[in-house]
Design a protein around this ligand. Structure first.
Ligand SMILES: Nc1nc2c(ncn2[C@@H]2O[C@H](COP(=O)(O)OP(=O)(O)OP(=O)(O)O)[C@@H](O)[C@H]2O)c(=O)[nH]1
Ligand SMILES: [Zn+2]
Length: 362
């Protein structure tokens, strides 16, 4: 018997460490770095890092493009942090909130030499922790001894990276009858992943026949739209519209995936909204923050459908990406059912951007 944490458990721990402002140790065969999320970096921890070595900032290629910093590495830029700058300088590079007030942040000279794989892993971890994707790091000799002495989480890249990139299996945890406005014959199922990540839900309407394509909706969480009735998007009316149609047909399954803000988390979505208040569209705002247009993992939806016994769906969506992902993960999409509801004066431009830039069908 061993109580040592598995790699999956260590990754879950690393996510929490980064959110709490603790550094983590990442290792490759012949190298190691000590990495900390810029979002939760404090002046005291920055001083600790500086006492150990020269600090470098890793930013995604998306954020680097906004800052006009050269990208020599695959998907990211490494920028040396001058010894005389303070935490505000670092955080202003990571967070675009003040970009328009302080447009000249450079010139920034990105590193060309040396490996970028460990900073890339650190950035992937900050994304999965739903933090701003920006990391301060130093090179570390004697990583194993250092991690042990300082009680820090250590992740070897060779085993951690494949797990971070794969979709964790989801297991049913609990289910119960749930009469709803849309249908009195409802059932809510809760699914939990192995990796300490978010739980996701399936709402079954009626008693769908598993041998036939089921009317299905993959809905991504939108606290602002679903709960608050925000008019900035169409999520609330889409959620209610999908349930209503399933109610009318007396059968269907709605997957409620906790991938708020197209997978960037609610805090980052509010950062994106604040950039939208400055005039950027939904895609530009994600890019300025350092994210891709869409950071969701739709493999989760296929995994839940399979777990519930479905293999074919009539998918309610306007997003061709969702259809492609379903097909790739082995769930047949026999029909696309359009879901066009909730357009208003506040979300018209947002919906037009999704059609123009993200390939959404009108
Ligand atoms: N990052 C970001 N996310 C947003 C914004 N507006 C809405 N969202 C999120 O976008 C997601 C919308 O999800 P969906 O309704 O499933 O999807 P969709 O890709 O538009 O596709 P369909 O509705 O199926 O056509 C939710 O997670 C919202 O929280 C925004 O401006 N920025
Ligand atoms: Zn929304």
């Amino acid at each position: 018997m061993s109580l040592l944490p598995t790699m999956l458990e260590r990754i879950a721990r690393a996510r929490i460490d980064l959110r709490m402002g603790l550094p983590v140790v990442l290792t490759a065969a012949d190298r190691a770095v000590l990495a900390i999320a810029v979002e939760s970096l404090t002046p005291a921890r920055l001083a600790d890092l500086r006492a150990l070595g020269a600090v470098t900032l890793a930013l995604t290629a998306r954020r680097a493009a906004t800052l006009k910093a050269r990208v020599y590495d695959d998907g990211l830029a490494r920028i040396p942090v001058p010894a005389d700058v303070d935490l505000d300088w670092i955080q202003a590079l990571a967070d675009p909130a003040d970009d328009l007030n302080t447009p000249m942040k450079g010139p920034l000279s990105s590193l060309r030499d040396g490996a970028a794989d460990l900073p890339a892993l650190a950035l992937a971890l900050t994304k999965s922790a739903r933090l701003l994707p920006a990391v301060a790091f130093i090179d570390l000799p004697d990583a194993g001894g250092f991690a042990l002495r300082h009680d820090l989480t250590l992740l070897p890249k060779s085993t951690a990276e494949p797990l971070l990139n794969s979709s964790s299996p989801l297991h049913p945890v609990a289910a119960a009858r749930l009469p709803m406005f849309a249908s009195e014959v409802g059932r809510l199922h809760i699914f939990r992943p192995d990796d300490g990540g978010e739980e996701h839900y399936a709402i079954e309407i009626g008693r769908p026949d598993r041998s036939k394509p089921v009317l299905a909706r993959l809905h991504s969480a939108c606290f602002t739209g679903d709960v608050l009735g925000s008019l900035k998007c169409d999520c609330g009316p889409q959620l209610q519209g999908a349930l209503a149609q399933m109610g009318r047909e007396a059968t269907g399954v709605l997957l409620y995936l906790n991938q708020e803000g197209r997978g960037i988390g609610l805090a980052n979505k509010m950062r994106a909204y604040s950039l939208q208040d400055q005039g950027f569209d939904t895609v530009e705002a994600n890019h300025r923050l350092g994210f891709e247009d869409d950071e969701r993992d739709f493999r989760l939806g296929a995994s839940i459908l399979r777990e519930l016994g479905f293999s074919a769906v009539r998918l309610m969506t306007n997003n061709p990406g969702k259809i492609a992902m379903m097909q790739n993960t082995g769930i047949a999409v026999t029909e696309r059912v359009p879901l066009k509801v909730g357009e208003n004066a506040f979300n018209r431009a947002y919906l037009a951007t999704k059609a123009a830039k993200s390939g959404h069908l009108l």
